[in-house]
Each structure stands twice: as structure tokens, then as C-alpha cells.
Design a protein around this ligand. Structure first.
Ligand code: NI
Length: 176
């Protein structure tokens, strides 16, 4: 089922989501199925549970290499429960971001360029990975949602924040 996505300005997006506990697992498969359907219906690169009004630490993301997004590096399809991020380098890099909760806009956001992340998959198996570049960016963006942080809260240069179709008249862009 496609769920409504909360939009910026809704105080529910600013709450900290809680860890998935043992009692939450039975309902998780249905939540993840709805999140996948909702994200794909909106052509997103990722989605966090609080965006569909469920304040649990659950995120999904993935980007295939496609003609539509020629500049996007592929990001492996991932469903991540109780994620934890560890920066592996202090280097930050700027990059464009969008968000399904902030439709129609893009901004430049500084993110750690090299991270480790871990968590559990949909079956409860451990996932542990290293990520760089766009992959690292998507993970940091989605996990921020779990702490009530939307990407505009990290924008430093509002001279490079604006409407997608004005900034990038040629491209549809990706929303996270
Ligand atoms: Ni987002």
C-alpha cells in the first residue's frame, strides 16, 4: 500500500525515532513492503520510516544505474533496521540532495565522504558495510530522518538552495 509522505513543517518529522525492539519485528515486513511501494511510486532513492509516520529506526535505499540518472553512482538496494553510522574520515564533501518530504527543492549539503554503517536486514541478519561518495550521502540522509533532521537543516549556503526545475532544467533529479 502506498502511504502518504509527511512533508517538512510537520512536527512529527522532527522527532527522534526509537529502536526497533523484538515486539516490532512481526509488523516489519508489511511496513517495509509499503515503504518500498511508496518510494518507487515517487521515484525516490531512499525513504525512512518516520516519513510515512512510523517512528521506528528503519530506512530503505537503493539506486540503479539508469539512463534517467546518468550521474548517480549505483547504491545497493538495502533495507536497514537500527542503523548506526561511523565516519571513517573527517573529510566532508558537498553534494546536491533532495527529499520526498521536501518536494521540488534541492540544496547542497556537506556529508562525510567515507563512512562505515551497520544494522540489521529485514530478516534480522547483521549488515556491515563501508561506503563512500553518493552511497555514503544517501545513508547519512536517510539516517538523519531517524533523528528528526531534514537536509535543509544542514544547508550552509542558501545561494545554492532552490527549486529543482529551476536549478536543473534538464534533469528530473533524485529525491531521498
Ligand atoms: Ni529525505
Amino acid at each position: 500500500m502506498i502511504r502518504d509522505i509527511l512533508r517538512m513543517g510537520d512536527a512529527r518529522l522532527l522527532e527522534r525515532s526509537r529502536e526497533v525492539a523484538a515486539g516490532d519485528w512481526p509488523a516489519l515486513a508489511a511496513l517495509l513492503a509499503d515503504m518500498r511501494e511508496t518510494m518507487h511510486a515517487r521515484d525516490g532513492a531512499g525513504l525512512a520510516a518516520p516519513q510515512v509516520d512510523v517512528r521506528l529506526r528503519v530506512v530503505i535505499f537503493g539506486v540503479e544505474r539508469s539512463a534517467r540518472y546518468p550521474d548517480a553512482e549505483p547504491v545497493p538496494w538495502t533495507e536497514l533496521v537500527n542503523p548506526v553510522i561511523t565516519p571513517l574520515d573527517t573529510t566532508m564533501e558537498d553534494g546536491w540532495e533532495g527529499c520526498l518530504s521536501v518536494p521540488g527543492l534541492r540544496g547542497i549539503v556537506p556529508r562525510f565522504s567515507h563512512i562505515g554503517y551497520r544494522g540489521l536486514d529485514a530478516q534480522g541478519k547483521a549488515i556491515e558495510r563501508e561506503a563512500r561518495g553518493f552511497h555514503a550521502r544517501v545513508v547519512q540522509h536517510e539516517c538523519d530522518h531517524l533523528d528528526g533532521i531534514l537536509y535543509p537543516m544542514r544547508v550552509r549556503d542558501f545561494a545554492r538552495f532552490g527549486f529543482t526545475d529551476v536549478l536543473f532544467p534538464e534533469s528530473a533529479g533524485i529525491d531521498e
